[in-house]
Design a protein around this ligand. Structure first.
Ligand code: ADP
Ligand code: MG
Length: 398
């Protein structure tokens, strides 16, 4: 059982220094935040802690600075946005190890945000002793640790894992909500259980498919990975994206699905274009007639309708990975039709993955139309692969 913030008496928070890990890894374009979804998702836990009189020090990362102080990956703009959303001043400390002075001045209800934790090489080190060195400093900033950065819980990092060993630790509301949904998807889901997978690369998702094939009733394949499946079945795929080194694995998956009685849905028609470009002219072709000089950029309209019908009949649906290159409008139909079907599912429906979440927002859907939109791409997938997430494991009752 996960130790969660609700297991802690609220009176214990008053005047207490809390060290909080959040996932504030938002997309930035020239220093401007383009989607603050992850900051928004972190608010409930922060607000709860502040309302109950805690002194909150937040750790978070941005991108992969790999131990270097890369100015374009500073959390400074995030401190500003966080302050606006919370309606309280957020103190920002540009040096993690010198933040102690700021931290000791915090009053109940005040927030300190530490600079990008990945500026510290020890944060992501493979050496436990190096991570512990940083974790020990961080642990002086709080009497308790609250873990709410779901997007990083699959990482054995100092601010996610090692610090949780040193302090009494609790899952924040976001982490608790994500884990609850993932449990529903893996332990005894209502049936029929359908999973739709798309996105760019089959190799990213193979482990998930392998694990889910043992659990689902229906598997719907779209996106760039379609063509590795089609080629494995002997189809001509023109210039489409393909991973030749995965053909054998994919053939085995197709066989395993048959053996398990899992309905594996592959496209019957494809939208092709002459090149990967926003101006490419779109043509619909049957799946066995992809021209040699074109590439597949979306599932076709018949396929989209079939997938939608199948998905609406499921009682539990998980979707990860766009069905086509939704960034170009002429190849967005498959993703749009699938997203719409998901909103009509009578039962649990979950969207996972960074690009998939961005896709539903770009295509004009609102978050509330879905059962749940997961904030963590890699973390959700690793959970569904059946892997143990170190940042979750460490929060379980001993
Ligand atoms: P997520 O972040 O939701 O897990 P991925 O990162 O796996 O999704 O994949 C998203 C990308 O896949 C999108 O940018 C989309 O353009 C691309 N994609 C979808 N279909 C195709 C295709 N047929 N060919 C090339 N890329 C594709
Ligand atoms: Mg992605």
């Amino acid at each position: 059982m996960l130790n969660t913030l609700t297991d802690l008496e609220v009176s214990k928070l008053s005047g207490t220094s809390v060290l909080l890990r959040c996932d504030l890894n938002v997309p930035l374009k020239e220093g401007v935040i383009t989607d603050d979804g992850r900051i928004q998702a972190s608010l409930p836990t922060i607000k709860y802690l502040l309302e109950h009189g805690a002194k909150v020090t937040i750790m978070a990362h941005l991108g992969r600075p790999k131990g270097e102080r890369k100015p374009e990956l500073s959390l400074a703009p995030i401190a500003v946005r966080l302050s606006e959303l919370l309606g309280v001043n957020v103190v920002f400390s540009s040096s993690i190890t010198d933040a102690k002075a700021h931290q000791s001045e915090l009053k109940p209800g005040e927030v300190l945000l530490l600079e990008n934790i990945r500026y510290e090489a020890d944060e992501t080190s493979k050496e436990e002793s190096e991570r512990q060195r940083l974790a020990k400093i961080l642990a002086t900033y709080g009497e308790i640790f609250v873990s709410d950065g779901f997007g990083a819980v699959h990482r054995k990092h100092a601010s996610v894992y090692d610090v949780a060993i040193l302090l009494p630790s609790y899952a924040g509301f976001l982490v608790a909500a994500e884990v609850k949904v993932l449990k529903q998807l893996t332990e005894n889901p209502n049936r029929p259980y359908g999973v739709a997978l798309g996105g760019a690369k089959v190799s990213d998702k193979l482990a998930v498919i392998e694990n889910l094939i043992e659990k689902v009733d229906e598997l719907f394949i779209g996106g760039g990975m379609v063509f590795t499946f089609l080629k494995a079945q002997g189809n001509e795929i023109g210039k489409s994206l393909v991973e030749n080194d995965q053909l054998e694995v994919v053939s085995k998956l197709i066989a395993r699905a048959k053996e398990k009685g899992v309905k594996l849905h592959l496209p019957t028609d494809i939208v092709v274009g002459p090149e990967f470009s926003p101006n490419a002219a779109a043509t619909v072709v049957p799946v066995d007639q992809i021209p040699a000089n074109q590439l597949g950029l979306d599932i076709g309209p018949d396929t989209a309708t079939q997938y939608a019908t199948g998905i609406k009949q499921c009682a539990t649906v998980f979707w990860n990975g766009p069905m086509g290159v939704f960034e170009f409008p002429q190849f967005a139909n498959g993703t749009k039709v699938l997203a719409k079907a998901l909103t009509e599912v009578k039962g649990l429906n979950v969207v996972g993955g960074g690009d998939s979440a961005a896709a539903v927002r770009t295509l004009g859907f609102s978050d509330s139309e879905f059962g749940y939109i997961s904030t963590g791409g890699g973390a959700s997938l690793e959970y569904l692969e059946g892997k143990e997430l170190p940042g979750i494991k460490v929060l379980e009752h001993k």
